[in-house]
Ligand binder design. Structure first.
Ligand code: GLY
Length: 288
């Protein structure tokens, strides 16, 4: 048995057709990886790599630009043993999630940031790329002309997978908020905020990082799951609580999760949260 779910970010997706294609492509890749090597971490990494290469999503090549017009990416990945790898504010690396995965194996640190992290990725032989797309540069030029540009467009990506032995992995990758302050780090690299895994559940969150950090959204889902023993209710209640207690300006969010019983669930308080998911023996489904 296995289950896998991927998301393309909470927010308003202008092109839902492309978003649907993208999340389906990603879940297919993740499913094939699970079938081939039964490794949920590898499956999560491969799914997220597909989304990081898709310019329709705010991660990797599709990352939005900072106030200064730069790209600074955050990511994290973790497994049921709470082995965690994370990166913050990295540039020029094609797959931030792969750097997070490499860091996961390190015994001395679990979160690397900035120029040093990018340098480390190059030393490790990870692929570099120029993530500046015409689409994002145009959006950035338009937004910085506006008096009150939209606060956030956090179309972060993420994936959660469980293998035949009940081992769970989850990961999250993002370009962060558009027009963000130089140096700003969101929820995506933070365990318990953007990504959470233990032996019972795995979860990836998306939305405005400042709010997600305040409510530790993915670990909140686990707390509620622990009481309710119902994944769907745990996510629903967590999002309701988050929406109520976090100020409106920073409370947009979405969560995907899988539990140890192979249940898959997701919810959001935004217009869209493109997801695609499947279980062994089932067709791939999407909510778009
Ligand atoms: N959720 C992504 C961010 O706020 O950076």
């Amino acid at each position: 048995m296995y289950s896998i779910i991927v998301h393309g970010g909470a927010g308003e997706h202008k092109n839902t057709k492309e978003a649907k294609k993208g999340v389906i492509r990603a879940v297919k890749k993740g499913e094939n990886t699970l079938k081939e090597c039964k490794n949920p971490i590898k499956s999560v990494e491969e799914s997220i790599k597909v989304l990081e290469e898709d310019i329709n999503f705010n991660a990797g090549r599709g990352s939005v630009l900072t106030k200064k017009g730069e790209i600074k990416m955050d990511a994290s990945i973790a497994n049921s043993k709470k082995e965690i790898g994370a990166v913050a504010n990295i540039t020029d690396i094609k797959h931030p999630i792969s750097l997070a995965k490499k860091i996961m194996k390190n015994k001395d640190h679990l979160l690397l940031g900035g120029k040093q992290a990018t340098k480390h990725a190059i030393e490790l032989g990870l692929e570099t790329s120029n993530p500046y797309t015409k689409k994002r540069i145009k959006e950035w030029q338009e937004k910085k002309e506006q008096k009150n540009p939209p606060y956030s467009l956090s179309d972060t990506v993420g994936a959660v997978a469980i293998n035949n032995k009940g081992k769970i992995a989850a990961g999250t990758s993002t370009g962060g908020k558009s027009l963000k302050q130089d140096g700003r780090i969101g929820d995506s690299p933070l365990f318990g905020a953007g990504t959470y895994v233990n032996k019972d559940i795995g979860a990836s969150a998306t939305g405005t990082g400042e709010g997600i950090i305040k409510s530790l959204l993915t670990s909140k889902v686990y707390e509620k799951y622990n009481k309710e023993k119902n994944l769907r209710k745990a996510i629903k209640k967590s999002i309701e609580e988050h929406t109520k207690h976090i100020s409106k300006k920073i409370n947009s969010c979405g969560v995907i999760a899988i539990d140890k019983k192979y249940n898959i669930s997701f919810n959001k308080n935004t217009t869209h949260l493109p997801v695609a998911y499947t279980k062994e023996g089932e067709e791939i489904s999407s909510n778009l």
